[in-house]
Design a protein around this ligand. Structure first.
Ligand SMILES: Cc1cc2nc3c(=O)[nH]c(=O)nc-3n(C[C@H](O)[C@H](O)[C@H](O)COP(=O)(O)OP(=O)(O)OC[C@H]3O[C@@H](n4cnc5c(N)ncnc54)[C@H](O)[C@@H]3O)c2cc1C
Length: 380
């Protein structure tokens, strides 16, 4: 059995740690923050993807169709279903037509029906070609985190909070070839045997994947980062139990965000393809900055007025939406996702050091693909 370190306790780190512990390995998780799932696993749109979002990447759509029922069955308490989800097809600037979208849904076997009249009446048909009711949910990241921590509490997995891993290095333990050692932010707080002698180390730090590789003086993985803003809002009453996504171009999504409630009801998250990413940068051969430093230092001027103005052209009622606050996060994607909006996993083994593996999922339910890759490529 192996000694394994997992760096990062976002959803991917927690899920992988549980999986590896259940396989009989000795697993330690190291988390920079005081709690789990406080970065991308919380600051996201909370959509449990069921394929509809990816008409330009049939593979991602198919994978979502497979993962959706599995995620919903595994975490029913975290899945929020008390709303109707609508996908609308834009008339101008859209990369798909309503006919193409309907054919695509048929191809991936995703149920679709024309939106009812009472919904159609809310939509400006100069801008929207067609509105469809679909089968998709949201997840509550806080409940998801608590479920994962409860499951891990039954296991011998150790989680060290407030522990940033600064560097991974080879040639760690005295008596073992290839063992890996970790340098932590507060070396004194952990005994040497807690941070040394690992057979495998999984880098599950998402936007900081390369930052850790750079600090470990290892080659980087090409990644693209976006500094993103998700607005949390109260929608007008007729839209309270509704989610809306306009496909497929410079449009918007608004859907319940179950982890934050106001007067007993979830707020909605509001994103816009043009305004949610405030700016972006690439890491190719060097890692110019720590993404979390960018997050901390940005003055965070909201783009809400632009988002509201644009979205209200499609559904005039959205003009009455009340802004509450914003979630800010660094979104990290593979550069190739730019062209087709796909969300594959990144899984690289032995990245510069034998036993150091990098894991990144473009969406929450990709975690199942990560486990399949671990099983296939590492046989752990
Ligand atoms: C704006 C936005 C919208 C999104 N919308 C959706 C959506 O609707 N549906 C969906 O399924 N997915 C969505 N995603 C993607 C989803 O959020 C990610 O795929 C997922 O959260 C990644 O989880 P993770 O565990 O890899 O990363 P994270 O949750 O970011 O976890 C990384 C962890 O590593 C820790 N860490 C970092 N560096 C170190 C270090 N050196 N030492 C120790 N710990 C460290 C961090 O503190 C953090 O806890 C969205 C993402 C964003 C940003």
């Amino acid at each position: 059995m192996a000694r394994i370190a997992v760096i990062g306790s976002g959803f991917f780190g927690l899920y992988l740690a549980e999986y590896l512990t259940l396989k009989g390995h000795t697993v330690s998780v190291f988390e920079k923050e005081a709690e789990s799932m406080s970065h991308a696993s919380y600051h996201n749109q909370a959509r449990v993807h069921n394929g509809y979002h990816y008409p330009r990447s049939v593979l991602t759509a198919f994978r979502s169709r497979v993962s959706f029922p599995r995620f919903v069955a595994e975490f029913p308490e975290a899945v929020y279903r008390a709303f109707d989800q609508y996908y609308l097809v834009g008339r101008k600037l859209s990369k798909v037509t309503a006919h193409q979208f309907a054919s695509f849904c048929q191809r991936i076997g995703a149920p679709l029906e024309r939106a009812p009249e009472n919904f159609q009446r809310l939509v400006d048909e100069h801008y929207i070609e067609e509105s469809f009711k679909v089968h998709e949910y949201a997840f509550d990241a806080t409940i998801l985190r608590d479920l994962m921590l409860k499951r891990l509490a039954q296991l011998p997995t150790k989680i060290a909070y407030n522990t940033e891993i600064i560097r991974v290095r080879g040639g760690g333990a005295k008596h073992r070839d290839h063992a890996l050692a970790l340098l932590t932010s507060d070396q004194a707080a952990l005994s040497p045997d807690m941070v040394d002698g690992f057979d495998h180390v999984f880098n599950c730090t998402y936007s900081r994947l390369n930052y850790l590789l750079a600090q470990s003086q290892l080659e980087l993985i090409p990644l693209k980062h976006e500094f993103t803003e998700l607005c949390l809002v109260t929608v007008p009453e007729p839209l309270r139990h509704i989610g809306i996504t306009v496909m497929c171009g410079p449009f918007f999504s608004v859907m319940p965000f179950p982890a934050v409630r106001h007067a007993g009801q979830p707020l909605h998250s509001f994103s816009h393809v043009r305004y949610t990413p405030h700016y972006e940068w690439y890491e190719r051969d060097h890692c110019p900055v720590d993404p979390y430093a960018v997050l901390a230092q940005d003055p965070k001027h909201t783009a809400w007025p632009y988002i509201r103005r644009d979205a209200a052209r499609y559904l005039p009622l959205l003009d009455q939406t009340q802004y509450h606050s914003s979630l800010w996060e660094i979104k990290t994607v593979l550069p190739r996702s730019e062209s087709d909006d796909s969300r594959p996993i990144l899984f690289r083994t032995n990245v510069g050091l034998k036993g150091l593996h990098c894991v990144m999922g473009g969406k929450i339910d990709n975690v199942y693909d990560v486990l399949a890759a671990v099983e296939r490529e590492l046989q752990l």
